[in-house]
Every structure is written in structure tokens, then in C-alpha cells.
Write a protein that binds this ligand. Structure first.
Ligand SMILES: NC(=O)c1ccc[n+]([C@@H]2O[C@H](COP(=O)([O-])OP(=O)(O)OC[C@H]3O[C@@H](n4cnc5c(N)ncnc54)[C@H](OP(=O)(O)O)[C@@H]3O)[C@@H](O)[C@H]2O)c1
Length: 238
């Protein structure tokens, strides 16, 4: 009997943590719709595993999202996993001097695009027996961390990035509350401070380590959590 492959879509999959998540899921037998806006990154990624299917996607452009949706609908693809991974960090000044355009731009990618992508892809997920959504957040968006003087990154005060991830956490809860009864498991992940282009490769963690919590949440059993915030160690305080 031929079985339909479990299908996952990862945004911002061209490099960094997103590429690692895409490759890890592909290695586990998922068909991975790897989405990125940089064609060369997609070509390089697709050459690393047969299970990777590259798609051009700018998460901030609804027409671009619609093209991916149409391409999947045309092949009757049911989406089982969505990883909203694409993110940016633009902060270059303290909160009192940060240009509002940078705050808006950060929210466009880190918050509004995650909402748009989720809303537009949900119709493809309703047919999944085990739908999972992972929003790639950050411990820097946690109020619990930010009010804890002993938190390792307590000195960081990046208004745009940190508040955008706090907002993404709240967005995660909203979708989890609506869709949990339909069998969705929708959670936020903190990959930890990881060496990627986002931070000039300053993080001590590897992308392999960062991908672990995201993959775990993407592959949760039906008795797994819904509406939580997790890192590799377990629950992260909101
Ligand atoms: N690295 C860390 O320490 C850390 C810690 C906590 C959370 N995170 C989160 O982890 C996620 C992945 O970041 P990363 O560390 O792997 O950084 P990265 O290597 O810079 O990757 C970010 C990815 O997002 C993509 N992206 C940005 N804007 C996009 C858009 N409009 N449309 C489509 N793709 C877009 C980038 O594509 P381009 O290459 O085309 O720009 C890139 O592939 C982010 O959400 C980040 O906030 C990272």
C-alpha cells in the first residue's frame, strides 16, 4: 500500500536554524517544503537531501505566500507541520533612540508574517490527522527571563526584536486556543543563543542543538502539549 508522506513546511529555510530543521525533518522521512527568498540558498539546501522540495517565499509578501499555497493545492498536498522560522533582528540602538521604521519592519517579519503564513496555510492543514505548528520565538521574548536578573542575556534590551518575540508568543497562544480542539498542537520554541547570521555568528550553540526543540515540537504525539513555550530543557516561562 502506498502511503502519503508526512509533509512539513519551513519558512526561512535557506540557512541557519531553518535549514537545519528542514534537513532534520527530511532525514526523518518528512517531505519538506523548504521555503526561502534567496534562490541560491534553496538550491544548495535541496542538493543536500532528496526529501527537500524548494519553494521561493518572502513571508512578508502575501502574493508570494499565495503562490506557495496554490502550488501545494494544485497537487492536493495536505500539510502536517508548519514551522514559522523566518525572523530578523534589526535593533541597532537603545529603545529611546530606535527608529520606529525598524520596529515596524521587525514586526512585519517576526509577527505579522507569521500570522499571515499561518492563516493562509491553515486550509491545507485541516485535513492532517496530526497538525503541528511551531513558532520559532526566543528566550529574549520571555517576560520571565527579562525580569530575572540572573538570566544569561539579562543585559540585552532590544526593543524591536524582544517585543516582537513576546508578541509572537501571544500569537501562538491565540492560535493554540482556537485550534487545539481540532487536534492542533501549536507551540513556541526557544532555540537558544545559536551561531547564525542573525547575530553575526556570535552564539555558542550549534544549529543542530537549536533545531532539537523545534523538531520535537513539530513531531509531537497526540498527547503532547498545545499552547506552550519550550526550549531544549523543557518549559520556558512566558
Ligand atoms: N540565532 C539565535 O541565537 C536565535 C535565538 C533565538 C531565536 N532565533 C530565531 O530563530 C529563527 C531563525 O534565525 P537564525 O538564527 O537561523 O538566523 P538566520 O540564519 O539569519 O536565518 C533567518 C532566516 O529567516 C529568513 N527571512 C528573513 N526575512 C524573511 C522574509 N521576509 N521572507 C522569507 N525569509 C525570511 C532569512 O532569509 P534571507 O537569508 O533571505 O534573509 C533566513 O533564512 C528566527 O526566527 C530567529 O529570531 C534565533
Amino acid at each position: 500500500m502506498q502511503t502519503t508522506p508526512t509533509t512539513a513546511l519551513v519558512t526561512g529555510a535557506g540557512k541557519g536554524i531553518g535549514a537545519e530543521v528542514a534537513l532534520t525533518l527530511a532525514a526523518r522521512g518528512y517531505r519538506v517544503i523548504a521555503c526561502a527568498r534567496t534562490a541560491a540558498d534553496l538550491t544548495a539546501l535541496a542538493s543536500r537531501h532528496d526529501g527537500i522540495e524548494p519553494h521561493a517565499l518572502d513571508v512578508c509578501d502575501p502574493a508570494s505566500v499565495a503562490r506557495v499555497v496554490r502550488a501545494l493545492q494544485a497537487r492536493n498536498v495536505t500539510l502536517d507541520v508548519l514551522v514559522n522560522n523566518a525572523g530578523i533582528l534589526l535593533d541597532c540602538a537603545p529603545p529611546s533612540a530606535l527608529p520606529l521604521e525598524l520596529v515596524r519592519a521587525t514586526y512585519e517579519t517576526n509577527v505579522f508574517a507569521a500570522i499571515t503564513v499561518t492563516q493562509m496555510l491553515l486550509p491545507l492543514m485541516y485535513g492532517s490527522a496530526h497538525p503541528r505548528i511551531v513558532n520559532v520565538s526566543s528566550g529574549l521574548g520571555s517576560f520571565a527571563n527579562r525580569t530575572d536578573p540572573s538570566y544569561s542575556s539579562a543585559a540585552i534590551n532590544a526593543l524591536a526584536y524582544q517585543t516582537s518575540k513576546s508578541a509572537l508568543n501571544a500569537v501562538t497562544l491565540c492560535f493554540a486556543k482556537e485550534l487545539g480542539e481540532r487536534g492542533f498542537k501549536i507551540n513556541a520554541a526557544d532555540p537558544g543563543y545559536t551561531s547564525t547570521a542573525l547575530n553575526g555568528f556570535s552564539g555558542p550553540r550549534t544549529t543542530e542543538q537549536a533545531a532539537r526543540v523545534i523538531v520535537r515540537l513539530a513531531t509531537l504525539d497526540d498527547d503532547g502539549p498545545n499552547g506552550g513555550f519550550f526550549d531544549e530543557e523543557g518549559v520556558v516561562g512566558w
